[in-house]
Design a protein around this ligand. Structure first.
Ligand SMILES: Nc1ncnc2c1ncn2[C@@H]1O[C@H](COP(=O)(O)OP(=O)(O)OP(=O)(O)O)[C@@H](O)[C@H]1O
Ligand SMILES: C[C@@](O)(CCOP(=O)(O)OP(=O)(O)O)CC(=O)O
Length: 416
């Protein structure tokens, strides 16, 4: 190693993902091995992503991490497992310009600094752990010049949080549960990239961004121990659904895609209810959103929108195309208008062009919206939705080469 003190940094950006066939239940708690395969859609990192800067320097005396600006402990088993696995794959790094040479064996002694930022609420059922662990592993792999491909890296991210393995790819992604006891074949593969089905539009209704009561980890542990429905689901239902979902995605068959996504979300929440003690992730607002979508789909004769809910009340709505998304936006804003003091600009975020297409430019346009014809006596529930995020399927992890986007200072390796 060179005598001079230096800091080497890498910054990466990684998307979050939403499962359309859910992972719920582990067969191995430490290695994070699931009881069934799952399939997800990666969300556009322009609207929902994690940015992580990782740094190494001989001047660092311990591994440290800052999440959303606050120092957090890296002593937890999940962080330690990811760090150990990625260090074991580190290779030689040489940067002649900066006079940096790190031999393979040096990585065991060198300490790391990590700073990460989520541009969406953490621990609110929007899969921050998925984007977070995927970004950590991806960025460290690049810092350490690891030679593994993204599928191999996904098996490491999986040990941080199961759903994280699916954030190593864009488009539609399958997490293969695998059979090996050591978890080596439990990894993610890309089914199709984000361009394959690019007419889909995704609208997320953030119903509550407060931290949830039962974490996914605890919830699924209780379900594995107590729910008979979970066993039936993993053995009999999911294997068939996975095949059907793969076909639907390959053929861009929105009818099947929507039917399978909604059914799987509803069965996941039924498993939560079948758990002892029961777990309630959805609330009245979530149920009203389901009812609004179901009524519309039914009145059209063919599904226009799919819904799916993770471990929280937020709705992820996947519209068939822009036209369906525009109509959906109008219906949602009619049923869930913002409170009087809210600004439309912060009530609908992300790709605001959907609002424009829907002819909505300010709050007055929301007030003038007609009630959805398929819904009789619909109540307008002001303030029940905190805000909407308009987005679409997106790409996988990327390196950010512009140093100004780094979250750590290039000389001190401390948060900027
Ligand atoms: N950017 C990040 N980098 C590393 N770890 C993160 C990051 N963001 C979140 N985490 C970890 O994930 C935890 C939150 O995970 P949790 O499963 O509770 O919520 P969630 O992922 O937002 O929701 P869900 O998985 O149910 O959709 C945080 O406490 C933290 O340990
Ligand atoms: C409902 C889900 O979002 C559950 C995600 O669970 P996590 O991946 O957060 O759980 P751990 O592996 O214990 O970290 C469904 C899914 O993403 O498939």
């Amino acid at each position: 190693m060179a005598e001079k003190t230096w800091v080497r940094m890498v910054t990466a950006q990684t998307p979050t993902n939403i499962a359309v066939i859910k992972y719920w239940g582990k067969r191995d708690e430490t290695l994070i091995l699931p009881v069934n395969d799952s399939i997800s859609v990666t969300l556009d990192p322009a609207h929902l992503c994690t940015t992580t800067t990782v740094a190494v320097s001989p001047s660092f005396d311990q591994d440290r991490m800052w999440l959303n600006g606050k120092e957090i402990s890296l002593s937890g088993g999940r962080y330690q497992n990811c760090l150990r696995e990625i260090r074991a794959r580190a290779c030689e790094v040489e940067d002649k310009e900066k006079g940096i040479k790190i031999a393979k064996k040096d990585w065991e002694k060198l300490h790391l600094h990590v700073a990460s930022y989520n541009n969406f609420p953490t621990a609110a059922g929007l899969a921050s752990s998925a984007a977070g662990f995927a970004c950590l592993v991806f960025a460290l792999a690049k810092l350490m010049n690891a030679k593994e491909d993204n599928s191999e890296l996904s098996a490491i991210a999986r040990q941080g949080s199961g759903s994280a393995c699916r954030s190593l790819f864009g488009g539609f992604v399958k997490w293969i549960m695998g059979k090996a006891e050591d978890g080596s074949d439990s990894l993610a593969v890309q089914l199709v990239d984000e361009k394959h089905w690019d007419e889909l539009v995704i609208i997320i209704a953030v119903v509550s961004s407060r931290q949830k009561e039962t974490s996914s980890t605890t919830g699924m542990r209780d379900s594995v121990e107590t729910s008979l429905l979970l066993q039936h689901r993993a053995k009999e239902v999911v294997p068939k659904r996975i095949k059907q979902m793969e076909e639907a995605i390959k053929n861009r068959d929105f009818g099947s895609f929507a039917q399978l996504s909604c059914a799987d979300s509803n069965q996941f929440h039924a498993v939560c209810l079948d758990t002892c003690p029961p777990i309630f992730y959805m609330n009245g607002t979530s149920h009203r959103i389901i009812s609004c979508v179901e009524k519309w789909n039914c009145s059209e004769g063919t599904p226009q929108v799919a819904y799916t809910f993770d471990a929280g009340p937020n709705a992820v709505l996947i519209a068939h195309n822009r036209k369906a998304a525009t109509q959906l936006m109008q219906k949602l804003l009619f049923c869930f208008p913002p409170t009087s003091d809210a600004h439309l600009n912060s009530y609908v975020i992300g790709d605001k062009s959907i609002l424009k297409d829907a002819g909505i430019e300010d709050i007055k346009d929301v007030e003038a919206l007609p009630p959805p014809p398929e819904t009789k006596d619909v109540q307008r529930c002001k303030g029940d939705v905190s805000y909407f995020i308009c987005t679409k399927p997106g790409r996988g992890p990327a390196l950010l080469s512009d140093e100004s986007q780094a979250l750590l200072h290039p000389e001190t390796g401390l948060p900027k």
